[in-house]
Design a protein around this ligand. Structure first.
Ligand code: BG6
Length: 499
């Protein structure tokens, strides 16, 4: 059980709050996982009073549960903890009012001065909010790990726009907050299947001995989505797939796959190991970017049988935009464990399927015993971690086809979360908010993690930016990406999975 606390959501009228945060908090409450003494404060310019906020939040919760319908009794209990605090992010007087509200709620709800601030706001407002929190005396420095009276701040991605701005943002917020108060969120780390990468590797004896360059030929990490950018054109034009997905979600997953065994499971030890992976990723020289990175943008096409507009036709997107909606990367990790093993990362919007997976391809058998069989019957083994959907893990290997002749066919051993545990995985935001309340920062990103991941992608972003408005490859919506990405693989005599 998390300790008593008040949670303040900056940006409580925004999309993230309505779609993810509020439903996550309500689910935690419904399952009895919220502290028994807690208060939830919505801070936004558009908030008016408690009644209006509760009505709006009820609707958001109902939309999130869908046709099954909202648990009315649970909602009534939960809604008494919701309080509105109208205010502006750059207005010190609003923060003085917030402080008065929180002091009052400490008495009314018994929240003991414990406070979790959630920044679900545009990145340009992160620094002003943190500054104002500091000036109002709301985040006593060094209180992240205090037993009572702790204050912590969850900061959403994107954390910075590039290496320079991320570094500047780290410096700026560390003026008011100590690192133990800063919880930089990457919701991928809250996914059960992503956490299970650590369990698979270090909670079992059989994988770790072969998890290295002697047995692994390559690693492919894919995050594909059928959706386009929807109503997020304005945000996406500034971000692109590299900043939206690769710099954070994909590199975090890669670090869990590639890191050395940590000596313990505490937050800093695990994050130390991840940091070493980021440092070991071979820098890509500017003039070689095209050999290692491909970007592309979706054009018109068909996804799931329906016609889809091209990216340039989406709302709030410039008609001559060169923002990438697809990225493929080839990264090398210069370490004893991984020397010579390429990590291929790929993400795209408007792909034929929505899936996130890690595929570990093992090396070929050293000696072909069944010489007369065609080579494709003796395929290398592959371990595929299906992070979503259809969460599970499968291992492929060759088996003798029953009969008098010798024929080998690939088969799989399959583990499915749904079949084995009969339950849906806990949604990422629920897990992460709970961890932040408990003061467990293991699944959050440390300052050095942000810096290092930006350093990995920065040369590529620079090379692309230097080309200005020069056209970039286009792939039809509903395809697996551009030919250039296939060429990147072909140069290594390899192919993408699923293509
Ligand atoms: C977000 C990105 O971080 O992750 C979105 O901004 C993306 O562009 C989303 O669609 C995907 O998250 P999930 O959990 O649905 O895989």
């Amino acid at each position: 059980m998390a300790p008593p606390c008040a949670i303040v959501i900056f940006g409580s009228t925004g999309d993230l709050t309505q779609r993810k945060l509020l439903p996550a908090l309500f689910e935690l409450a419904r399952h009895g996982r919220m502290p028994d003494r807690c208060a939830l404060v919505g801070f936004a310019r558009g908030e008016t009073d408690d009644a209006a906020m509760r009505a709006r939040m009820r609707q958001a919760a109902a939309e999130a549960v869908g046709p099954g319908g909202l648990d009315g009794a649970a909602w009534e209990r939960f809604s008494t903890t919701l309080h509105a605090c109208p205010g502006a992010y750059d207005d010190p007087a609003s923060f003085a009012r917030l402080k008065a509200t929180l002091d009052r709620l400490d008495v009314e709800h018994g929240t003991q001065g414990n406070r979790l601030f959630y920044l679900a706001i545009p990145p340009s407002s992160y620094a002003p909010v943190v500054r104002n929190l500091g000036a109002a005396g709301l985040v006593p420095r060094g209180s992240g790990r205090a037993a009572t009276g702790w204050t912590r701040v969850i900061i959403e991605k994107p954390f910075g726009h590039d290496l320079a701005s991320a570094t500047a943002l780290n410096t700026e917020i560390s003026g008011a907050l100590s690192e133990d108060q800063i919880y930089r969120i990457d919701h991928y780390l809250g996914k059960e299947t992503v956490q299970n990468i650590i369990v698979l590797r270090f909670g079992n004896g059989i994988f770790e001995p072969i998890w290295n360059r002697r047995y692994v030929d390559r690693v492919q990490i894919t995050m594909a989505e059928t959706i386009g950018i929807g109503s997020r054109g304005r945000f996406y034009e500034e971000a692109g797939a590299m900043r939206d997905i690769v710099q954070n979600h994909l590199l975090q997953v890669m670090a869990l796959v590639a890191m050395e065994p940590p000596v313990s499971f505490d937050a800093d030890t695990v994050r130390d190991e991840k940091a070493k992976v980021f440092k070991a990723i071979r820098p890509i020289p500017l003039e070689e970017v095209d050999r290692h990175a491909v970007r592309a943008q979706y054009g018109p096409g068909t996804v799931g049988g329906a016609a889809a507009t091209g990216y340039r036709g989406e709302s709030n997107v410039a008609p001559d935009s060169v923002t990438e909606t697809y990225v493929a990367l080839r990264l090398m990790v210069d370490s004893w464990r991984w020397a010579g093993v390429p990590f291929y990362l790929r993400t795209g919007k408007r792909m034929p399927k929505t899936l996130t997976e890690v595929a570990i391809r093992f090396t070929r058998i050293p000696h072909l015993l069944f010489r007369d069989l065609p080579e494709e019957q003796q395929r290398p083994n592959e371990l595929v971690l299906r992070l979503q959907p259809d969460e599970g893990i499968s291992l492929s290997f060759g088996a003798k086809v029953p009969g008098a002749d010798l024929e080998i066919r690939p088969v799989t051993m399959d583990f499915s979360y749904a079949k084995s545990f009969g339950a849906e995985p806990t949604p990422a935001y629920e897990r992460l908010i709970l961890d932040a309340m408990k003061g467990d920062a293991s699944l959050f990103i440390r300052a050095d993690g942000v810096r290092e991941t930006w350093s990995v992608v920065q040369p590529i972003l620079d090379a692309w930016a230097a080309r200005g408005k020069a056209p970039i490859p286009v792939y039809p919506a509903g395809s697996w990406g551009p030919a250039e990405a296939d060429d990147l693989m072909a140069r290594d005599h390899r192919r993408w999975r699923n293509t």
